[in-house]
Design a protein around this ligand. Structure first.
Ligand code: GRF
Length: 216
């Protein structure tokens, strides 16, 4: 069975969403370890409450970020991890981790990439006056939110939206599409070819309307 490792820096609601989907029997996998770079991350608490090993590995203890990610990759390898999930992990992942887990690191971003990468994707959409934004699950490459897209979901934006109102609307969809992407991976249905992710045996997306992915 697929063993998952999660990296998180904050509250960990996406970690919780994946965990809930596993508990509900929707994803055949197990979260083995939650690693945080922040000692006070609520995600560490969530892990403990759910009987999942919680590790705090501070980047400050390492002379460089490359060495930090060597250490993180070692901890993940030790536990035979087959998929690494970034869930509000506030650091750019470096080569040592990516090379140890080729196309096995996923991230969720709160905008429709390639629009609004980096920090505060929701605020960027509000400031730009976008009418549609959303969220993206993608495989992680060495760039900033540039890896191959797995699933996206769209939400409407209104001119009077604030970062908070839009974030709340987007977060609901994050909690749907992240577990969905993990499920597809666990079922061995994701194939990366160049920039594109092919999903085996999936229903095609309707092309005549802006519509969210068929979830199943
Ligand atoms: C989410 O908005 C996610 O898209 C972004 O960071 C936030 C993390 O939230 N990468 P949580 O810690 O999963 O609640």
């Amino acid at each position: 069975m697929l063993k998952i490792g999660v990296l998180a820096s904050g509250r960990g609601s996406n970690f919780q969403a994946v965990l809930d989907a596993i508990k509900a029997g929707k994803i055949k996998s197990e979260i083995k370890v939650l690693i945080s770079d922040k000692a006070n991350a609520f995600a560490l608490e969530r892990a403990k409450q759910n009987g999942i090993e919680a590790l705090h590995i501070s980047a400050k203890a390492f002379p460089s970020m490359d060495e930090y990610f060597v250490a993180v990759a070692e901890e993940l390898k030790k536990r035979d991890i087959g998929l690494v999930l970034l869930a509000g992990f506030m650091r750019i992942v470096r080569r040592p981790l990516l090379d140890a887990f080729p196309w096995k690191v996923m991230n969720i971003h709160p905008a429709l990439l390639p629009s609004f990468p980096g920090l505060h994707g929701q605020q960027q959409a509000v400031d730009y006056g976008a009418r549609i934004s959303g969220c993206t699950v993608h495989f992680v490459d060495a760039g900033m939110d540039t890896g191959p897209v797995i699933i996206q979901a769209a939400v409407a934006c209104n001119a009077d939206d604030t970062e908070d109102t839009l974030s709340e609307r987007i977060l609901k969809y994050e909690h749907i599409i992240y577990p969905e992407a993990v499920r597809l991976f666990a079922e061995g249905r994701l194939d990366v070819k160049g920039r594109k992710v092919f999903i085996k045996d999936s229903r095609p997306y309707p092309t005549d309307a802006i519509i969210n992915p068929p979830v199943e």
